[in-house]
Design a binder for this molecule. Structure first.
Ligand SMILES: Nc1ncnc2c1ncn2[C@@H]1O[C@H](COP(=O)(O)OP(=O)(O)OP(=O)(O)O)[C@@H](O)[C@H]1O
Length: 285
């Protein structure tokens, strides 16, 4: 097991934002973390990235507690893409991607930088300055920089990506998730990606972890997690789940919308029916 999270608690401004969270992530797995706004997804990711202090529990990576990794060693194996990265200084796309490989001579880093610019479809922008790029272009450049950091790492690699496709058009979203899946399957990367798009998650994730009020509501394979009752209870979303021929679920919101769900006493988000069905975050099955 590459990443082992046990009883994790993170407090912000004196309040528990992530509570009693436990899950594991293996090499070669793509785990998508879902949940409503404010559920604690970014806080979890920042905790795993070492940006937030861990108040309770333990996180170990490749068998060693996170706090015991040296900054230098973990930087070779863990790459993090935050939810928002704004580049306001006049660096070119190529220079930004190269920031992922700060200690390497130019001749050595250029093949990786070029490969990643191709993969993220930003090679045609290589001499453009970052502040003039569109939101989606900026996001693809940042993802290329993040991947450059661990591209040819030896040994275990963990990618922590916070809504890394939120600004992308549907085709680029598919390309990026398909790339992440390939990196997991072919290179053994462990990928934890926070996302809001349920269908993208269902299509590409090996497993989903649904956060609600800082706790794991349910985790498991997409079909186990994405049920009508779960979506109604966690998001207040009325939706149909269709099983596609390809074998993964498709979430189709109903016309009656969230207001209708909230109007229904049996599905209103009262404390009793928003309590996690699976507080210890066991597998759904
Ligand atoms: N630095 C902070 N200090 C105090 N509270 C914070 C801080 N950062 C986040 N929070 C609060 O913690 C809760 C979880 O925030 P977080 O950003 O983890 O949510 P999220 O699930 O990523 O949401 P979104 O889908 O909107 O990005 C929210 O209620 C937020 O207001």
């Amino acid at each position: 097991m590459l990443l082992h999270v046990d009883g994790l608690g993170i407090h912000l401004a004196g309040k528990p934002v992530v509570r009693d969270l436990g899950f594991q992530l293996d090499a070669g797995e793509l785990l998508v973390v879902l949940g409503p706004n404010g559920a604690g997804k970014s806080t979890l990711l920042k905790g795993l990235a070492g940006e937030h202090k861990i108040a309770d529990g333990q996180v170990s990576f490749a068998g060693c507690t996170l706090q015991h990794w040296s900054k230098r060693e973990i930087a070779k194996r863990r790459a993090v893409m935050p939810q928002r990265v704004e580049v306001n200084f006049p660096l070119t796309v190529e220079e930004i991607v190269r920031l992922g490989r700060p200690v390497e001579p130019l001749s050595q880093s250029m093949p990786v930088v070029s490969e990643l610019m191709d993969l993220l479809d930003v090679a045609h922008l290589r001499y453009r300055l970052a502040p003039g790029l569109s939101g989606g272009e900026q996001q693809r450049v940042q993802l290329a920089r993040v991947l450059a950091q661990v591209w040819d790492a030896q040994g275990p690699v963990l990618l922590l990506l916070d809504e890394c496709t939120s600004a992308l058009d549907p085709a680029h979203q598919q390309q990026v998730f398909s790339l992440l899946r390939r990196l997991a399957k072919q290179r053994g990367f462990a990928v934890l990606a926070v996302a809001h798009d349920l269908n993208l998650a269902a299509r590409f994730a090996d497993r989903l972890l649904l956060l609600h009020h800082g706790q794991c509501y349910i985790s498991g394979k997409p079909f186990e997690v994405l049920s009508e009752t779960v979506l109604a209870a966690v998001y207040g979303l009325s939706a149909r789940i269709i099983k596609l021929e390809e074998g993964y679920p498709l979430v189709v919101p109903r016309d009656d919308g969230p207001e209708a769900v909230y109007a229904s006493p049996s599905l209103s988000p009262s404390p009793s029916n928003t309590a996690p069905v699976n507080p210890s975050c066991r597998q759904a099955s």
